[in-house]
Design a binder for this molecule. Structure first.
Ligand code: AMP
Length: 114
């Protein structure tokens, strides 16, 4: 059996996280290495390794994640705007193999990314 990812261990309560939202489908917590004043990681409870593994039957779940991100951005008062990022696979810079959305805000972010 494959080893649990760090995010699955957070879902299972095996390691602590600074959780800002949780419901039956997802979890949101502060990134341990924040790249902006506000840096939240939003993950589905369902174990989907990456965006490349999202199935046709995951459409409602993906919608829920995006709506949750919008609500979090409001709650966290990211009134000047924010960025949502999904790193996918090796070239995408993904380091944790559990689908996650980064929500970054609280400062002006540059473009293009590295
Ligand atoms: P990515 O590089 O897109 O796979 O993003 C993984 C993110 O997870 C990075 O921004 C890490 O800082 C973050 N991270 C790793 N371990 C933890 C943890 N235990 N709690 C919160 N965030 C974490």
């Amino acid at each position: 059996m494959a080893e649990k990812t760090i995010f699955k261990r957070i879902i299972d309560g095996e390691i602590p996280a600074d959780i800002v939202h949780q419901d039956e489908q997802c979890l949101a917590f502060r990134d341990i290495s924040p790249q902006a004043p506000t840096h939240i990681v939003v993950i589905p409870r369902k174990e989907i390794p990456s965006l490349a593994h999202v199935g046709d039957d995951d459409a409602a779940l993906m919608g829920h994640l995006v709506v949750t991100i919008r609500k979090l951005a409001e709650q966290l008062q990211l009134d000047q705007g924010y960025r949502v990022i999904v790193n996918c696979g090796l070239y995408g810079g993904q380091t944790v193999d559990h689908l996650h959305f980064h929500l970054l805000g609280g400062r002006a972010l540059s473009w293009p990314p590295g």
